[in-house]
Write a protein that binds this ligand. Structure first.
Ligand code: UDP
Length: 239
């Protein structure tokens, strides 16, 4: 597989074309941003952790019957993925109140919900990723009803697998963001990453934050938190 020119550079990853038109290479960076790019920084070693963690979790998803874009890990920071067109929706599942849910609805963090919630925002930096519902997404032609139903089904299935796995690791899965893509034949697959950048992960006993909130909120110990989460994943993810 030959890595050809860069086709896209996002906040945390670069994407490269390959000599196979149906495959891309994703290259994870240590760059971190928050608040839609207003806060910028570096989390040393994050790219390696997020690459390896995402890949192991994607394999778990595939085993649970959730199709993903994952093909093969190529190096510490690089992964071969199926070429997709990203559905421009950020899909957020929450098990416990935190972040924007807490601020938007004026409640404290840490309320455990009876059932998980799902919400969508429109992936659009210029508009600050506005919240929208399925009717809005269909009106804007971001996805069809059928695609939204598939995405919802997969997102809740990801939550079941992820929540159970992190619980084994002594970690509480508070909330997370997923992105889905479409293969050239229209099949919806899970894409992007599953990492401490995109999930809120709390130590199950102490509720210590082991995710990007340490960066967002200037709490310090960011690298240590990412390393701790990776260590716990590796201890419970025997190949
Ligand atoms: N999230 C993300 N990218 C975004 C927005 C949110 O990965 O652009 C993740 C975030 O890490 C958290 C979940 O989605 O795990 C819910 O985030 P929330 O809506 O509370 O917004 P935040 O406070 O993270 O901006």
């Amino acid at each position: 597989m030959q890595k050809l020119e860069q086709v896209y550079e996002g906040k945390a990853k670069k994407v490269f074309r390959t000599d196979d038109p149906e495959r891309f290479i994703v290259d994870y960076k240590d760059d971190a941003t928050a608040f839609n790019g207003a806060k910028e920084g570096t989390i040393v070693g994050k790219g390696v952790i997020n690459n390896q963690m995402t890949n192991r979790l994607m394999v778990r998803m595939e085993k649970a019957g959730i199709p993903t874009h994952y093909v093969q890990e190529l190096s510490e920071r690089e992964t071969l993925v199926k070429k997709v067109s990203i559905v421009p929706l950020e899909v957020i599942i929450r098990n416990i109140s935190a972040g924007h849910f807490a601020s938007r609805y004026g409640v404290e963090e840490g309320i455990v919900f009876d059932a998980p919630t799902i919400e969508f925002s429109y992936k659009c930096d210029e508009l600050d990723d506005p919240l929208l519902n399925a009717y809005h997404a269909v009106a804007l032609k971001l996805a069809t009803w059928e695609e939204i139903e598939t995405i919802k089904k997969y997102a809740f299935a990801v939550n079941d697998v992820l929540k159970a796995f992190w619980a084994e690791c002594g970690v509480t899965l508070v909330d997370f963001k997923l992105e889905f893509g479409k293969l050239s034949d229209g099949t919806i697959v899970l894409a992007d990453e599953i990492s401490p950048d995109t999930c809120r992960l709390w130590d199950a006993k102490t509720h210590e934050k082991l995710d990007k909130d340490r960066f967002r909120r200037d709490m310090g110990g960011v690298e240590d938190a990412y390393a701790e989460i990776m260590k716990r994943l590796l201890a419970h993810d025997a190949d």
